[in-house]
Design a protein around this ligand. Structure first.
Ligand SMILES: Nc1ncnc2c1ncn2[C@@H]1O[C@H](COP(=O)(O)OP(=O)(O)OP(=O)(O)O)[C@@H](O)[C@H]1O
Ligand SMILES: [Mg+2]
Length: 213
């Protein structure tokens, strides 16, 4: 297996002079997992967006190194998968088309068989030909997981992993979290104690000192 290192140093984010967090530093290697907790508005989703390369930090740095190669920020999306309430799906396409489109746009090497496996794993196979706009919120969340796993990411980032899922969906998510830890790195933004139990390390954003310089 390729060695994976994902580390940050002194990450800080300020929105319109409002300090959200400062000085987030961690170092993760393959087979490790991190939970990020904190009150509503403490910056969990913001931090995950920064880690995914969607947002820039105000200060600090991120390094992703896979198999001895530094990955450029604009290529992070090739190596990581994200499940987040902020992700948009294409409403006017079917679930299956969404995955195929994403694969083709991104140039991901995912076979039709693998897409079928993911749709079955997330219990969307029967509804694969329906437009996403007709999906329930839990079905949309399941489709986001299929997206995130399409390219077997080295790093999987989950923002509120259980959102809208039923007991069976949550069980599948925990299975995936365990598999991700065997394969790479798992980062979860959550306040749910059961989610946190699946992670070895913890950062509580409310314990970050945000006052001062
Ligand atoms: N684009 C933006 N412009 C200005 N402020 C923002 C923006 N995005 C987020 N914020 C602010 O940043 C802070 C952190 O928001 P964030 O969504 O990261 O928190 P969170 O910990 O994920 O909260 P929750 O538990 O409710 O999901 C909040 O005060 C929010 O209002
Ligand atoms: Mg959030």
């Amino acid at each position: 297996m390729n060695e994976i290192i994902f580390k940050t140093e002194g990450l800080a984010k300020t929105f319109n002079r409002r300090k959200i967090f400062k000085d987030i530093s961690f170092e993760l290697k393959e087979n490790s997992s991190l939970a990020i907790t904190g009150k509503n508005g403490s910056g969990k989703s913001t931090l995950l967006k920064i880690l995914s390369g969607i947002l820039s930090p105000t200060r600090g740095s991120i390094e992703m190194n896979i198999g001895g190669k530094i990955i450029r920020h604009d290529s992070y999306f090739k190596k990581l998968g994200l499940v987040s309430p902020y992700l948009q799906l294409y409403d006017e396409f079917t679930g299956q088309e969404n995955l195929e489109l994403f694969r083709d746009i991104r140039g991901i090497e995912a076979t039709d068989n693998y897409i079928e496996d993911l749709l079955k794993l997330f219990k969307l196979w029967e509804r694969r030909d329906d437009f996403v706009r007709t999906y329930s919120s839990g079905m949309k969340q399941r489709l986001k997981y299929a997206f995130a796993l399409l390219h077997n990411p080295s790093i999987l980032l989950l923002d509120e992993p259980r959102s809208n899922l039923d007991a069976e969906g949550i069980e599948t998510v925990y299975k995936i979290m365990e598999e991700q830890k065997k394969r790479g790195i798992l980062i979860v933004a959550t306040n749910d104690s059961e989610d946190i139990e699946h992670c070895e390390q913890l950062i509580d954003l409310n314990k970050q000192e945000t006052s001062g310089k």
